[in-house]
Every structure is written in structure tokens, then in C-alpha cells.
Design a protein around this ligand. Structure first.
Ligand SMILES: NC(=O)c1ccc[n+]([C@@H]2O[C@H](COP(=O)([O-])OP(=O)(O)OC[C@H]3O[C@@H](n4cnc5c(N)ncnc54)[C@H](O)[C@@H]3O)[C@@H](O)[C@H]2O)c1
Length: 263
């Protein structure tokens, strides 16, 4: 058995950028008929064709728009619930607008996608759904109250859906990325002094690349993960197991966004 998706249809929400784009490319590269569902933009068709995927406009906060997109694609074997946004703001400065928008995209959008995907997969008695959750589904990070709540909420969707869909042969899993280099995290990657502190607490000493998350999603979506459902897999360089930090400047140097041991 291999990471092959030949003859399978795969849909990726938020597939036009960052982690979603890497997932779409990886699925298309592994033989899937890959579909990117993302917000309307002039570049969407171009992005999709250059990654070997097809494009469809869809706003995950809008049920009708999402249903129309699903109606254009064949019955999906794989659905990756990945569309997400984040706005940094302190608890006392988080407006109802930021809260509502973040929950609408990251959590309610995931619910709509999950529900439509399940409806399409149930008659087939098979399917794999993978969500992009986060390390923030589990721990706290200041200034991200709405984001963290939305990502914690995904675990509720995950666990419930795994229970309800298992009898239909549908597996539901999640990846929990740490800090991954994308448009969303550009501001953090633009501050080396911030990264050196942040990454000193990550055993692998660096941030992640979108392709490293994509590889994990492909595994969970593939038949290699045939007995895995309701699971979360951290793609975080070990961040979640690091209680007291890993790297110290006495015996390591931080170069090019990466901690390395002094020789
Ligand atoms: N980058 C990280 O460090 C990191 C860490 C953990 C989790 N994540 C999660 O990974 C996912 C992808 O994030 P990314 O870092 O690749 O960011 P990104 O901004 O590069 O990509 C997000 C994509 O979602 C799309 N999107 C936003 N709102 C949408 C909507 N309403 N309908 C449809 N599509 C919509 C955007 O157009 C974009 O293509 C998000 O769910 C994010 O929370 C990212």
C-alpha cells in the first residue's frame, strides 16, 4: 500500500495558499483529482492549474456557496477542512466582529464542510476527512482568543464526527501544526529575535514548512491510516512535548531561523 490517490477525488478548502496549497499539490501529485475550494480571486484558476488541481469558488461561511462548489465536484473520497483565518488581539480588545468572523470561518465553516462531506460520503460507505486544527487546539497563546477557541472547537467536531461516521466507513482525523511558514505567519517569520526565542522551545529547533503538514495530511487521508480515526497528529517539531525548552545559547547557535548545536 502506498500514498497513492489515483482514481480518488480530493477536496481542500482554503487550498489556494499556504498549507492548503501544499496539500492540494501533494494530493494532485499522488494522482488525485484534486479540487481547491477557496474565496473568489482572479488568481484562483491559475494557482489551481499550476498545482495540478481544479478550482472552485467557495466561501466556507456561506452554506449555499459551499454546496454549489461540492455540486460541481464528483463524490469526494477525501475532504480536507483547512480554510482558516487568524487575527491577533488581546482579550480586552477582541471585538464581537473579530470573534464572529473567526468562529464563522474556522469553526462554523468547518461544520458546514464536514456536514456536506459526510452527506456525500455516507452512501459510498467510505471516505477520509482531515481537519487542519492546531497546537492551539490544546494550549493557550496570548492574543488569539477567538482563534484558539475556534481551533479547540474543531476537536469537538472531530471526536463527534469520528463516532458518528465510523459506522459508514468514514474516518475523521486532524493535524495539529505548530508554527508553519505561510502568509498567515509572515509577521512572526519576519522577526528573527522572536523566532530564536520561540524555536528554542522546539526540540527540532525550527518552524515547519507547509509541505511537512501536507505529508501528514496525505498519510491520514490514505489507506495507510486505515485503522486511525478520531486522532490528532502534531506536526510541531516536538513543541507540545517540550516543557522547559530545548535550546540554550551556551551550546547552540541560531542561524537562518534554525537552532543548531555548536560543534
Ligand atoms: N501557518 C501556521 O502556522 C498554522 C498553524 C496551525 C494551524 N494552521 C491552520 O492551517 C490552515 C491554513 O492556514 P495557512 O497558514 O496556510 O494560511 P493561509 O492564509 O496561507 O491560507 C488560508 C486559506 O484559507 C482561505 N480562506 C480564508 N477564509 C476562507 C473562507 N471563508 N472560505 C474559503 N476559504 C477561505 C484563504 O483564502 C487561504 O487560501 C488554517 O486553518 C490555519 O488556522 C496554520
Amino acid at each position: 500500500m502506498h500514498l497513492k490517490f489515483t482514481g480518488k477525488t480530493a477536496i481542500v478548502t482554503g487550498g489556494a495558499s499556504g498549507i492548503g496549497l501544499a496539500i492540494s499539490k501533494a494530493l494532485a501529485g499522488a494522482g488525485a483529482d484534486a479540487w481547491i475550494f477557496d474565496l473568489p480571486s482572479e488568481k484562483l484558476a491559475e494557482i489551481a492549474s499550476s498545482s495540478g488541481a481544479r478550482a472552485c469558488f467557495a466561501d466556507v461561511t456561506n452554506r449555499e456557496s459551499l454546496e454549489a462548489a461540492f455540486a460541481q465536484a464528483p463524490d469526494p473520497d477525501v475532504v480536507v477542512i483547512n480554510a482558516g483565518i487568524a487575527s491577533a488581539s488581546r482579550l480586552d480588545q477582541t471585538s464581537a466582529e473579530i470573534w464572529n468572523r473567526t468562529i464563522a470561518v474556522n469553526l462554523t465553516g468547518a461544520f458546514h464542510t464536514l456536514q456536506i462531506a459526510a452527506d456525500r460520503m455516507k452512501p459510498l460507505r467510505k471516505g477520509a476527512i482531515v481537519m487542519t486544527a492546531s497546537t492551539n487546539s490544546y494550549d493557550g497563546e496570548p492574543d488569539l482568543i477567538a482563534y484558539n477557541a475556534s481551533k479547540a472547537g474543531l476537536l469537538g467536531l472531530l471526536h463527534t464526527a469520528a463516532n458518528e461516521l465510523g459506522p459508514y466507513g468514514i474516518r475523521v482525523n486532524a493535524v495539529c501544526p505548530g508554527l508553519i511558514r505561510t502568509r498567515l505567519t509572515e509577521p512572526q517569520f519576519a522577526r528573527p529575535e522572536h523566532l530564536s526565542t520561540y524555536f528554542s522551545e522546539i526540540p527540532l529547533g525550527r518552524g515547519g514548512e507547509p509541505e511537512e503538514v501536507a505529508n501528514t495530511v496525505l498519510f491520514l487521508a490514505s489507506d495507510l491510516a486505515s485503522y486511525i480515526t478520531g486522532a490528532t497528529l502534531f506536526v510541531d517539531g516536538g513543541q507540545m512535548c517540550s516543557k522547559f525548552g530545548t535550546w540554550k545559547s551556551e551550546d547552540a547557535v541560531f542561524e537562518r531561523d534554525h537552532w543548531k548545536q555548536k560543534t
